[in-house]
Design a protein around this ligand. Structure first.
Ligand code: CP3
Length: 338
């Protein structure tokens, strides 16, 4: 019996007896246990006080038996090391966003991780609490983090980032470079603390025209993945809106690719036979009255040669019925591949 966590074996392309399952945002507002914690503590406290962060990360493992725990934190937390003030309302609010090239030139050039070192303590504790589950650490891709840190006013869909790419490409690249250095240090520290997998979230990579995706996002993500691969970690890129980038993604240096529900899983399996694919499940099937048969239908359609990890196409929605999550996990766990 192989004792390595199932998720790691799937990411390495090893043979597995069933598909592993976890869901993005598995700890959060759809869970009553989380809402109780949130009534007593701010979101930043939940992210930065190790006992609280560990407790929240364990809630979905205890409740549903997912195959992996993900660090409880947020993609915005490391931006604090560059002097950005971050609030959550509930989405990220940056108190001092980048408005001009001078703002970029004045940022510290060497990130100091000490203000967020409790994250690594949380990972060490969480690792000790897990039985057979894999431990996932994470960060945003430099492009997605930059989207939040650049002042977007008056736009609503991160158009300002695309405007910087047109008018100030060199300054934008200098910023992406700094965020790359920060993310390498931050994720390597997570691996040293015990994270076995690092997932980079490119939640806004999908706003870039395909030829710019390589230049402004994938190039930087790949440099991070290369360092993580060298450090022996498993790696996943989550790309929201991945469908137009099949050609660019040929150069992806991660072992896994997590796709949203608008992508065709069979098409991605055919295009990327060597990658482990994750995600793709439409979040709203958890509101249907037949989660079991919809899940089985999806699993039946997975190419048997594909290393596949069950997950949603985006974060689990608030108000998702608890019974549906249980039904999803039970269906996946009792579905034998061969
Ligand atoms: O369980 C987990 O997945 C781990 C924790 C986690 C959170 N955010 C907790 C959170 C992770 C991995 C993230 C990633 C994250 N954060 C992303 C990438 C994934 C994606 O959704 O594309 C992004 C873009 C963010 C930025 C962010 N933080 C947003 C947009 C929001 C608002 C979310 C919402 O549901 O309205 C946050 C706040 C946040 N991060 C919450 C949680 C549980 C809600 C906080 C609350 O309780 O008020």
């Amino acid at each position: 019996m192989n004792r390595e966590p199932l998720l790691l074996r799937a990411l390495r392309g090893e043979s597995i007896e069933r598909y592993p399952i976890w869901v993005m945002r598995q700890a959060g507002r759809y869970m009553e246990e989380y809402r109780e914690m949130k009534a007593r503590h701010s979101f930043s406290e939940l992210c930065l006080v190790p006992e609280l962060s560990v407790e929240v990360a364990l809630q979905p493992i205890r409740a549903f038996g997912f195959d992996a725990a993900i660090l409880f934190s947020d993609i915005m937390i490391p931006a604090r090391t560059l002097g950005f003030g971050i609030d959550f309302a509930p989405g990220p609010v940056v108190k001092n966003p980048v408005k001009t090239g001078t703002d970029i030139q004045h940022l510290p050039q060497t990130p100091d991780l000490s203000p967020i070192k409790t994250v690594f303590e949380a990972i060490r504790t969480l690792k000790g609490e897990l039985k057979g589950e894999a431990l996932i650490g994470f960060a945003a891709t430099p492009w997605t983090l930059a989207c939040y840190l650049l002042d977007q006013k008056p736009f609503k869909h991160f158009e300002r980032s695309l405007i910087w790419a047109q008018t100030e490409p060199l300054l934008l690249k200098r910023f992406l470079e700094l965020l790359t250095v920060l993310t390498i240090e931050y994720t390597i520290e997570q691996v040293k603390a015990g994270a076995q997998v690092i997932q980079l979230f490119d939640s806004w990579g999908g706003i870039l025209p395909p030829e710019m995706y390589q230049e402004f996002s994938l190039f930087y993500s790949n440099r991070i993945f290369q360092k993580l691969n060298d450090a022996g970690a498993e790696t996943i890129l989550y790309l929201n809106g991945a469908a137009p980038y099949e050609e660019q993604l040929q150069t992806l240096r991660a072992g896994g690719l997590s796709i949203d529900s608008k992508c065709s899983l069979s098409r991605f399996s055919a295009t990327f036979p060597k990658l482990a694919l994750q995600g793709n499940l439409e979040s709203t099937i958890l509101f249907s009255n037949d989660v079991e048969s919809k899940t089985k239908e999806m699993l039946n359609s997975v190419n048997r040669k594909t290393s596949y990890i069950v997950n949603l196409g985006h974060g689990i929605l608030q108000e998702t019925p608890r019974a549906s999550v249980r039904e999803l996990v039970e269906t996946v766990k009792s579905y034998a591949i061969r």
